[in-house]
Design a protein around this ligand. Structure first.
Ligand code: FAD
Length: 526
């Protein structure tokens, strides 16, 4: 086998036959000597006017056979009579933690407040129809967590290549397209994720684990200070050490932990808006051509970052060809986020545009008296921002919106462009009711992005409020090595809600690591 690096036009890179021709040419071989090729890495270079696709390709010649990865080395044994651990939350963190526990010989009991992923899909259809948020089954709660109805972007800033590769292979083991192992920016798509998530659950059950839906943890059980199980709203109890993977939307969990004397810390977050452009415009800008992406290129992505007043302003979770969705988890709050189907085929490009906020950035006068000097202060401030957004939306899920150009000029929009957000938009002066320390930095950021990308500021783009669930406002401190809460044995805070992950892959990896630490302690007393 030989590995060949190719730089091709998008049209040539889209055809297996033409890639083989290029390889035969590069290796000075007759075409029929190439028996098979395997693309190992694909990345689009759109920095120059001439768009290129870089490929790393394994080439197999006569007599050589490629090894096909069947993912069968990922084995999930029967753990029905093994020691038990409780996993609270069936998001990426909880699901990957449960699968890892099984690999290591521990029986997981998953407790999830929301519904199984197919029922959840129906609940979201109902939300779209009625405009009423179900506080237990929504875009954030339910099997698959916040990652289920998303773009399914699977890239992370994590430098731990081995862990990232393992997480991607687990997705493939349960049905994801192995292309995610090759693409520089892999994504699955909201239309494909539910089946993969359902298969993960089926494996957990087949291995002897338990999964309880509609089951909200309300309390930790503690014996001599250590956590030994949980109590649910129904009164049911589940015993075992606990991986707490409840995500960052579960503010009731933070409130409970704080009231129960569990040490928590305030943490920086980022808040702002979803910015929506026509996808054709982003294609035109990113691919430097009035023809946009043409036939061979995918919907274009972007990443922007700038500084304003010592704080970062950046694009977050960009969804090319995507949709903006209501990501609220309780009544009287208006929160948006973005998702895309696998083909990223919608007419719109959306992205979070957010400003970094540290706990000390919030003026004391903006913090409710009950939360002054509390680790929950930033969380309470976010709640208030989401309530203001709800009021600006006319006390509904019609999201408040403003043209980008009007936002920068500080005036209301007399009309709004069409949008992927199907619940409807209400024209609103975001620059008035969002805090000034957010809006002026956002405006600075937009101007900085325009300096590098002509045409980014346009009246065809609009801001839709509010993007406030980018990461956890709270950290549940834990021991670096053992993943246990710094003061409480038996409690393993993990994933995004614990403040140790941001995104599907990093939450999945954190879940695996917490599970490994728990299993080591439970099975080997270390
Ligand atoms: P979560 O996914 O939030 O899961 C927590 C789970 O715990 C939930 O299912 C919740 O119902 C459950 N739970 C909460 N409280 C309790 C309780 N008391 N008892 C029992 N269960 C409880 N990230 C990416 O990397 N790529 C993307 O493309 C992407 N797109 C996104 C799109 C949307 C619309 C949203 C909302 C998020 C998106 N994200 C994306 C972020 C990503 O989904 C999260 O980073 C990730 O899901 C965090 O995983 P987690 O398991 O730590 O928490």
């Amino acid at each position: 086998m030989t590995t060949v690096q190719l730089t091709l036009s998008p049209e040539v890179a889209a055809s297996d036959a033409r890639i083989r021709e290029e390889i035969a040419h590069q290796l000075s071989l007759p075409l029929d000597q190439i028996t098979s090729i395997q693309i190992r890495r694909r990345n689009i270079d759109a920095r120059q006017r001439r768009i290129l696709v870089n490929l790393s390709v394994e080439v197999y010649l006569s007599g050589e056979e490629p090894e096909v990865d069947t993912f069968e080395d990922l084995v999930y044994p029967d753990v029905s009579s093994a020691p038990t651990a409780v996993v609270v939350g069936a998001g990426p963190c909880g699901l990957f933690a449960a699968l890892r526990l099984i690999e290591l010989g521990v029986r997981p009991i998953i407790v999830e407040r929301g519904q199984e992923v197919m029922q959840r899909r129906r609940d979201l259809a109902e939300l779209a129809r009625t405009g009423i948020i179900d506080p237990e089954s929504n875009y954030s709660y339910g099997e698959g967590g916040a990652g289920a109805f998303s773009d399914g972007k699977l890239y992370t800033r994590s430098k731990k290549r081995g862990s990232v590769e393992k997480a991607l292979r687990v997705f493939c083991r349960f049905g994801a397209d192995p292309k995610i192992l090759v693409d520089a920016h892999p994504h699955i798509g909201t239309d494909k994720l539910p089946v993969i998530i359902r298969r993960m659950r089926e494996q957990i059950l087949l291995s002897g684990g338990e999964v309880h839906f509609g089951c909200r943890m309300t309390e930790l059980i503690r014996e001599q200070g250590a956590v030994t199980g949980i109590v649910c709203a129904s009164g049911e109890t589940f015993m075992g050490p606990v991986i707490l993977a409840t995500g960052h939307s579960a503010r009731d969990v933070y409130r409970y932990l704080h009231s129960a004397g569990v040490l928590l810390e305030a943490k920086s977050i980022a808040v702002g808006v979803r910015l929506e452009h026509p996808q054709a415009l982003i294609d035109e800008i990113r691919y430097h051509s009035p023809e946009g992406r043409g036939k061979w290129l995918p919907a274009a992505e972007y990443v922007y970052k700038a500084q304003s007043g010592g704080r970062g302003v950046y694009s977050f979770c960009m969804c090319p060809g995507g949709f903006i969705v209501p990501a609220s988890t309780a009544p009287e709050e208006m929160v948006v986020n973005g998702m895309s189907p696998a083909n990223r085929g919608s007419r719109w490009a959306n992205s979070g545009m957010v400003v970094e906020l540290r706990p000390e950035d919030i003026p004391q006068t903006d913090i409710k008296i009950d939360y002054l000097h509390s680790p929950l202060a930033l969380m309470a401030w976010c709640e208030e921002l989401e309530r203001r957004s709800y009021i600006a939306a006319g006390r509904s899920l019609r999201a408040p919106a403003q043209r980008m150009t009007d936002f920068l000029k500080g005036r209301a929009s007399s009309s709004l462009p069409s949008s992927s957000y199907t619940m409807g938009l209400t024209s609103s002066d975001l620059h008035r009711w969002m805090s000034h320390f957010v809006t002026h930095r956002l405006a600075d950021g937009f101007r900085a992005f325009e300096r590098t990308t002509k045409g980014f500021i346009t009246e065809e783009a609009q801001l839709i409020a509010v993007e406030s669930r980018t990461s956890s406002p709270v950290r549940i401190p834990r021991d670096r090595e053992h993943y246990r809460h710094v003061l409480i044995d038996g409690l393993y805070p993990a994933g995004e809600g614990a403040g140790y992950a941001g995104g599907i892959i990093s939450a999945a990896i954190d879940g695996e690591n917490a599970a490994t630490a728990l299993a080591t302690s439970l099975l080997h007393g270390r």
